[in-house]
Design a protein. Structure first.
Ligand code: NAP
Length: 277
């Protein structure tokens, strides 16, 4: 049985740092919608039980984040093609009968962020260089492939993960040695850091930008700090730089629309609300 007020939230562990409650809270208030969005700290062993219970107590869906993004697929009754390709979910929709629909909107968020903040950018303008081959990289690679990037060069500390992307996604993926990652920037139209390097509290991303073309668009998925050392250095070379916060904001919009019935706007007021202390 569902109460009249729709409930949604984000499931992760830890979850206190998540910006999603601020983000959805802003949209609910701005659009005067009834509904609540709450953070839920759930241990991996409890995920299945929690996902069975939530639809019964008024939840219309949830976001899932670390460490549940892969496991959530196993509890879903329907999985979208893009979530299956990425091998992880970030958005769940609960049907009235408790069945779960799993989607992954990270790739959508990535593309929408670039289109909004680098309006002239086109995925098919030239090769892309992707640093990292983790979960986020899979979302970025699948959306760049779909959008027509002619070649996607991938460098990852653990080379086998980059090789796995090539075996899975085919010859448009070109694997580059991590220690020579700077070389793959030559002629790249798009450069994306999908590693956690450069994030507050993590080591620096050490890469030579000598080969970076000033015409390239450079995006960092890290958004704390907003201006990472990579974006600062790329900006100084004349590149168009796009921070990672926009991806977080855009990936949230499809879930909000499904749960609360209105397509929300990703604008400066949302950014300010999310960044406010
Ligand atoms: P993940 O699956 O754990 O992958 C982490 C990646 O970072 C891997 O490629 C890993 O390389 C690399 N890495 C970690 N520590 C490293 C080090 N010391 N040296 C070299 N490489 C290192 O994590 P994820 O889910 O892909 O997330 C990656 C980053 O993207 C995080 O910072 C996350 O916050 C961010 N992200 C942002 C958004 C957004 O909306 N802006 C969305 C999703 C993720 P190995 O394979 O060698 O371990």
């Amino acid at each position: 049985m569902k109460p009249g007020i729709p409930l949604a939230g984000v499931i992760g562990s830890p979850i206190a740092h998540s910006l999603s409650p601020k983000l959805h809270g802003h949209w609910l208030r701005k659009n005067a919608l009834s509904g609540h969005y709450i953070p839920m700290d759930v241990a991996p062993d409890d995920l299945g039980e929690v996902l069975k219970l939530l639809p019964r107590i008024g939840f219309v869906g949830a976001n899932v984040t670390i460490p549940h993004k892969e496991a959530a697929l196993g509890f879903a009754n329907f999985v979208t093609d893009r979530a299956a390709l990425i091998g992880a979910a970030n958005t769940l929709i609960f049907h009235d009968d408790g069945r779960i629909h799993a989607d992954n909107t990270d790739g959508y968020g990535f593309m929408a962020n670039l289109h909004q903040n680098a309006p002239d950018w086109q995925a098919d303008a030239g090769p892309a260089a992707v640093l990292g081959a983790g979960g986020a990289a899979r979302a970025i690679v699948t959306s760049l492939l779909e959008a027509g990037a002619p070649e996607i060069r991938v460098a990852n500390r653990t080379r086998a993960r980059a090789e796995a992307l090539r075996s899975e996604f085919g010859p448009r993926i070109v694997v580059q040695d991590w220690v020579r990652a700077g070389e793959m920037l030559a002629g790249a139209a798009t450069v994306v850091n999908t590693t956690s390097l450069g994030m507050i509290g993590k080591p620096e991303l050490k890469i030579s930008l000598t080969a970076l073309d000033p015409a390239a668009v450079v995006n960092d998925l890290v958004y704390a700090p907003l201006e990472t050392p990579l974006l600062k250095a790329a900006g100084e070379r004349g590149c168009t730089v796009v921070d990672g916060l926009g991806m977080l904001l855009h990936q949230a919009a499809p879930g909000f629309e499904r749960w609360f019935g209105l397509r929300p706007e990703v604008d400066a007021a949302l950014r300010d609300a999310v960044l406010a202390g």
